[in-house]
Write a protein that binds this ligand. Structure first.
Ligand code: FES
Length: 180
């Protein structure tokens, strides 16, 4: 088993202290998210460590990791792009835009680029259906995507800059109803 970084051990203990001792297993999700941030992915070694640290079975840890789309067993790109392919975004053109993004980056959903900079995942609803098509890069969410908007976002990322995501606007403006 690869050693677990000391910073992760320390952070996990801090998180566990937020819960009653008899419910330390409730810290599983935040501990795993912290582990992913520090180690880069939730490898079998991290799974085993989390099970032992939180007093749960390894199967329980695997269940949680495989349930949540934001938890990953393999390393992702530096910029992980989650592209919504659910119904609302699809009818607003998400599929052809995802193809466009994949061609631009030279990878398919589920892959990591050779230089380790980008990975793409096709995901279910990102909770912003009225502003589709939608994608999430790290923690920044981008709405009403077009090929040009994707070009601008990728250009910024290639230069090492994370662009600011979009802020939801009142939906009434999107459906053309009077705003007065
Ligand atoms: S369907 Fe894409 S954000 Fe909901």
């Amino acid at each position: 088993m690869n050693p677990i970084p000391e910073s992760l051990e320390k952070k996990a203990q801090e998180i566990i202290l937020r819960y009653p001792p008899e419910h330390r297993s409730a810290a599983l999700v935040p501990v795993l998210l912290e582990a992913q941030k520090i180690v880069g992915c939730l490898s079998p070694d991290v799974e085993a460590w989390a099970a032992e640290t939180l007093g749960v079975t390894p199967v329980r840890v695997r269940e949680v990791i495989s349930f949540y789309g934001m938890m990953h067993q393999k390393p992702l790109g530096k910029y992980h792009i989650m592209f919504c392919h659910n119904v609302s975004c699809s009818i607003q053109g998400a599929e052809s835009l995802q193809d466009y993004l994949e061609t631009k980056l030279g990878i398919k959903a589920g892959d990591v680029s050779e230089d380790g900079q980008f990975s793409i995942a096709a995901v279910e609803c990102l909770g912003a259906c009225g502003w589709g098509p939608v994608m999430l890069v790290g923690e920044e969410q981008f709405f009403q995507l077009t090929a040009e908007k994707i070009d601008n976002i990728i250009d910024e990322l290639r230069q090492g800059r994370m662009p600011h995501g979009d802020t939801p606007t009142p939906l009434i403006g999107n459906v053309g109803l009077p705003t007065t």
